[in-house]
Design a protein around this ligand. Sequence first.
Ligand code: BES
Ligand code: MN
Ligand code: MN
Length: 499
Amino acid sequence: MGSVHISNKQFYNYIIPKIRRFAIQNFNYIMNHVSYLESNKDRFLNELLDLLRIPSVSADSRYAGDVKRTAEFIAEKLKAAGADNVEICPTPGHPIVYGEKLIDPSLPTVLVYGHYDVQPPDPVELWHSPPFEPVVKQTPEHPEGAIYARGACDDKGQMYMHIKAFESMMQTDKLSCNVKFMIEGEEEVGSGNLGPFIKTNRKKLEADVVLVSDTSMIGKDTPSIDVGLRGLAYMEVEVVGPNRDLHSGVYGGAVANPATILCQMIASLHDANNHITIPGFYDDVIEVTAQDRAELAKAPFDETAYKTDLGIQEVWGEKGYTSMERTSIRPTLEVNGIWGGYTGEGSKTVLPSKANAKISMRLVPGQNSQKISDLFKAHFESIAPACVKVKVTAHHGGEPVLTPTDSVEYLAAAKAMETTFGKTPVPTRGGGSIPIIALFEAELGIKSVLFGFGLDSDALHSPNEKYGLFNYYKGIETIPYFYTYYAEMKRGENKSAAQ
Ligand code: BES
Ligand code: MN
Ligand code: MN
């Protein structure tokens, strides 16, 4: 009898994948979500790359068609993963994608929230590869590779982990909670239409917990869970001087320059200790106790590495607080943009007729965005000298959030991370804002878990945004454990309540 000879290469490239595929197709019940992920890694990556190719910039109306296409993409993938009643819900702005899998009314329901819109890619010339042509590259931080594209981390990559985790649970028959998905397209412009949407869809959105991956963790080997987020009040100001641009030699010296006045006004918003000078600004701040500050200080933070990474000689901030505290438990005021006069090539001597700035304030628990926005307006108008007129308008806002670490949802998330990272996550407070989170609690009475897998170094909103493959796959691996532990812990909670 002749024997069939196969080479090692044939064995690994052909026979093994064939056996694996056969096993997946026929022995689903022996697979768990981890082996399912293992066998589908390449497809999970390629689907995300396809999603990243659609430029869903919510701020710029020129991309409205792409934003819509992205919603369609998400809806399709939700259906393919096994969701029922998938809809693309129109709003006066960009649509919200909804889908659900309700398996048993006696099980808890998880509402997954995420956003498929992204920030504008500007300044495009600083990207090493085009923002909407994703590439996977190795870096010292990500030797296994990172995906470079706008939205890679914030939030397409992190949001898509949930769809793939859901697919894995469906395919391996391991879904242990009911699940609803609500993926919006306006987070990066303030979620203005999501508030009304949740108010008119209370029944549809009923759930026990909101699960969100749109924040960072401390490091690849230091898992953490944000237990707080800052709120936001976003303002725009205009300082108007003479009724037209003037020759700066003919008039300069005798007429107030709105650009100079604007700079003086902005500079006066911080005092010598970098405290914000708006009267009443700190009145409602709930001071963090010394004990909580000590707890927060346990999270590792390397100030030298921080400075090197950012190319700065020294950190800056409110006197009496550490860098970590300045970006988490303290409110801040930042100029996001400032313009006026001639900014083109070469020089033009001109005394501009007006100057503008966009100014935002990050808020902490106790503060209210409407109140802060009113205080800012009143103060900014009051400090304007008589030689100019000022106009202050408010953009979007959002309230801060703070969640407990002893809740079932936090404990389930912590245990899930512990399972896959081998370390208990550190509770942290995020400096960024997701305005809708406070509304979920205020309007629907549902608490959120900020189950973030990104890194602060992922360059969110910056050129060369990235998301580590490690982080992407780790998220897909960890999420199903949340469902398992959450269902278990809720069951325990109900039992002890019944006794
Ligand atoms: N995902 C971010 C928020 C975030 C990032 C929180 C990292 C914690 C850590 C979100 O997409 C975002 O950018 N939010 C905006 C506010 C929004 C109203 C434009 C923000 O924080 O500036
Ligand atoms: Mn985000
Ligand atoms: Mn963002």
